[in-house]
Design a protein around this ligand. Sequence first.
Ligand code: ATP
Length: 340
Amino acid sequence: EPDDTPAVGTPDAEFENSLRPRRLSEVVGQRKVVERLSITLDAARRRGEPLGHLLLDGPPGLGKTTLATVVPRELATDGGDGEIQYTSGPALRAPHDLVAYLTCASRGSVLFIDEIHRLPPAVEEYLYSAMEDFRVDIVMGEGTGARTVSLNIEPFTVIGATTRSGMLTAPLRDRFVNHERVEYYEVDDLAEIVRRNAVKLGLTTEGDAAQQLARRSRGTPRKANNLLRWCRDFAQVHSETGELTPTLAARALEMREVDALGLEDQDRRYLRTIIEAFVGGPVGLTTLSHALSVPTDTLEDEVEPYLLRCGLMQRTSRGRVVTPKAWDHLGLDRTTDDSS
Ligand code: ATP
């Protein structure tokens, strides 16, 4: 699976929920996305209309679900949480799986569809008319007696999340009036998230401990949260006061085997394989996927975007190649000549 989203109802999901910002003003970083969203939300509120359908695009763990949960709360006029229903592309196998969500949607509520690029085509088509005209066709009865009834539904908002908007069909993409791309976070923003979440977890951080975690979080809040959780356990066991000092953070991070760039085992294995088995590349994605026993989806959605951002590899028309920086980062000797 190209995603490490914890399953709903698990302790991991509860942990993540407890740390989620509740209002747009609590969302750290993603400044431009937040600014645009706040204007669209304000306009919708003033007109008393639902927010236009919103597509959120970007690598896993960067806050797409967080942004989606904030929207109904921002629109609620009674100061409550607003209404939101959650589902995902793979969970909606046939149009009738979608019907219950659509008919349950109240005016101005949000239907969050994770991994929307994985909707089966029949469901996707069914969704179009719901999104456009707020109507659904329902088949009543069976066999020759069956007839189709067209039903009005309340105006609502679809928020679709995807790691690859390129895989969406044009008609589906066109139904989204708002399209935002979330990017990897700067270290300072991640450090701020770590500090805030440490407070929520009742953990005191000292000096540059939060900054250290932020530097090793691969630009990803979810990774930062996971490191924070590990450091909290580490401090519980190794510190008398339970405080997370810079020294303690360094020791805890050392044990997790995330390196100075935040790369994890899978990232290093990716680079090392291209270097050692394919002399630095170019190598095709499928070949690489076989060599690593990692699905192509995971490589494209999760591993490569961050390595690209770090300037450790490139996607070329002939395949994947590592850059000299990758050799240096892994401490490997570049004995082969790449001047060709
Ligand atoms: P996926 O795409 O895999 O569903 P996601 O991008 O939806 O992941 P979230 O689940 O929204 O990621 O975020 C994970 C956690 O990161 C949240 O619980 C929250 O604590 C933290 N987080 C994410 N974005 C922000 C942010 N902008 N400000 C503060 N905390 C954030």
